[in-house]
Design a protein around this ligand. Structure first.
Ligand code: SF4
Length: 295
């Protein structure tokens, strides 16, 4: 039997072409779900076959925000909560570019919440992926607008006294044309959903629940990251097409996942062009009053 000699060439992973390999190893903790979402994003980019010279990624601050530093695309790792305004400017200046926004729940929906609701209302053509790990992981696990009622964090040691946002309901109410929620367990469905969202014209939104074993998981006795994935497996219920207001995240009972919204409506750019075209048209001759003729 011939024994094949080990190759001197370093092994090449199918996603290496999308990765800034020189920046690896990454900073994410063992078991963190962000890497899984990053893999799904790269898989969706490859599946969509989009022109990589016309694709950009924008992120804010936080553990998820690091994705923009690891992807081999035109990418922008921006200031806290401002990923959407940066992405909006980029999209308006370069309308031919597909813009992906990838950030955490605190960045997008707390400090960046106002930008989020107005970008959805205006239907800016962006694909926004919110990695929801239920806390501010990078800065020590503080309470976020996603933290479940009663969950422990360093800023809610007795348990959070607040009801969290339903991000999917918020996005849909503000006018998003595509809204879906998956978890880090649903890799194939998540990859398909990101591909679909990238093909939409307008504000598309994806929420992805992910384990944060170092901060949220540890304080809330969720066990290992694998235990959290098992938790998703046992509690997730797929309900495609339901009203997002009914897509509750009730961790004691059900985690509702699925594609909730898939509609069409004019984008901000469509409306901007239509309004300016109307403005530039010469106004019609005023009609003569139909009075009595002069004798
Ligand atoms: S702190 Fe949490 S979210 Fe951040 S890298 Fe670690 S496990 Fe992931």
């Amino acid at each position: 039997m011939k024994i094949r000699k080990p190759s001197k060439e370093p092994p090449v992973h199918p996603k290496d072409s999308l990765l800034r390999v020189e920046r690896i190893p990454h900073i994410w903790c063992p078991g963190c779900g962000i890497g899984t979402v990053f893999g799904a994003v790269m898989g969706a980019i490859q599946k969509s076959g989009c022109d990589l010279d016309r694709l950009a990624m924008v992120s804010g601050i936080g553990c998820t925000g690091r994705m923009a530093g690891y992807i081999r695309l035109d990418s922008f790792h921006t200031t806290h909560g401002r990923a959407i305004p940066f992405a909006t400017g980029l999209k308006l200046a370069r309308p031919e570019t597909k813009v992906l926004v990838v950030s955490g729940d605190g960045d997008l929906l707390a400090i960046g919440g106002n930008h989020f609701i107005h970008a959805a209302r205006r239907n800016i053509d962006l694909t926004v992926i919110c990695v929801n790990n239920l806390n501010y992981g990078m800065t020590g696990g503080q309470q976020a607008p996603s933290t479940p009622f009663g969950a422990r964090t360093p800023t809610s040691v007795a348990g959070s006294p607040e009801e969290p946002f339903n991000f999917c309901h918020l996005a849909a109410a503000c006018g998003a044309v595509y809204v879906a929620r998956w978890t880090a367990l649903h890799i194939r469905l998540l990859t398909n959903a990101i591909t679909e969202a990238m093909q939409k014209r307008g504000f598309s939104f994806l929420e992805v629940l992910t384990p944060c074993p170092s901060s949220f998981g540890r304080r809330n006795k969720m066990g290992s990251a694998l235990d959290t994935l098992k938790f998703y497996h046992d509690r997730s219920v797929i309900r495609n097409g339901i009203d997002p207001r009914d897509a509750l995240l009730d961790y004691d009972n059900q985690i509702v996942v699925g594609r909730f919204v898939d509609i069409e409506r004019p984008t901000f750019t469509d409306n901007y062009e239509a309004v300016n075209l109307r403005h530039a048209m010469p106004s019609p001759e005023p009609e003569r009053p139909q009075g009595r003729r002069k004798p």
